[in-house]
Each structure stands twice: as structure tokens, then as C-alpha cells.
Design a protein. Structure first.
Length: 121
């Protein structure tokens, strides 16, 4: 079941990963999404401009924002995925079925999107 939460996101960055893996990708100067096989980092609205509405769950249960910014596979050996802030605070958690999970992230298309939909399949 998809979970929806309004988050105040310091620095406008969220991290999607398996809680047992701490391999954060290098983030370049440009772009709004960075990844490696263990983690996806993506930008969203800064907390000073208001909350970001984040949805996490199976893709078919999401009301998807219009722009797909990421489509890849994430290592999930614990069969759990977390969304966390730059302060390493877990904000959302979702169980997954396999040790690798297809991840798709949709936003409004701008780097400071106030809507982020994360589909897990």
C-alpha cells in the first residue's frame, strides 16, 4: 500500500536506499537526481518554501506526477526501502519483495518540485 507524507525537507534533498546499505552516490554540481546501485539521491522543495508531498509504494498505487526523473534498479537485500533526509532521519519506509527493486521517481519536473512520487516494483 502506498504511503503519502508531507515532509519539511532541509536542503531539498532526499535519499532512497536499503537501511542496511550506506553507499551514497557522488552528487555532481548539476542535475536533480544522482544514483548508484545502492542509493538514489534526488532534489525536492526546500523546507523554507513549504512541505514536499512524498508518495512511496507500488507504482500502480501512485497518482504519478508528470515527469519521470529516475528509472532504475536498487539493491534491497533487507527487502526494505527507506526515504530519509540529509540528517539521516527516516521519513518513509516500505517493504519490498525482492533483493533488487525497480524504482521510478516522478516529480513536477523542476529541481525544487513540491511533489515526489516513488514507485517500487
Amino acid at each position: 500500500m502506498a504511503t503519502i507524507k508531507n515532509l519539511e525537507v532541509m536542503n531539498g534533498l532526499l535519499f532512497l536506499r536499503d537501511p542496511g546499505i550506506d553507499n551514497i552516490p557522488e552528487m555532481g554540481e548539476y542535475g536533480s537526481c544522482w544514483s548508484n546501485p545502492d542509493c538514489v539521491v534526488f532534489s525536492c522543495q526546500f523546507d523554507c518554501f513549504g512541505p514536499t508531498k512524498v508518495s512511496l509504494g507500488p507504482s500502480n498505487e501512485l497518482r504519478r506526477a508528470p515527469v519521470l526523473i529516475f528509472d532504475g534498479v536498487l539493491n534491497t537485500p533487507s527487502r526494505t526501502v527507506i526515504v530519509e533526509t540529509v540528517m539521516s532521519e527516516p521519513a518513509l519506509t516500505c517493504s519490498v519483495e525482492k533483493a533488487t527493486t525497480r524504482v521510478r521517481i516522478w516529480t513536477l519536473g523542476n529541481p525544487d518540485s513540491e511533489i515526489v512520487d516513488i514507485g517500487l516494483d
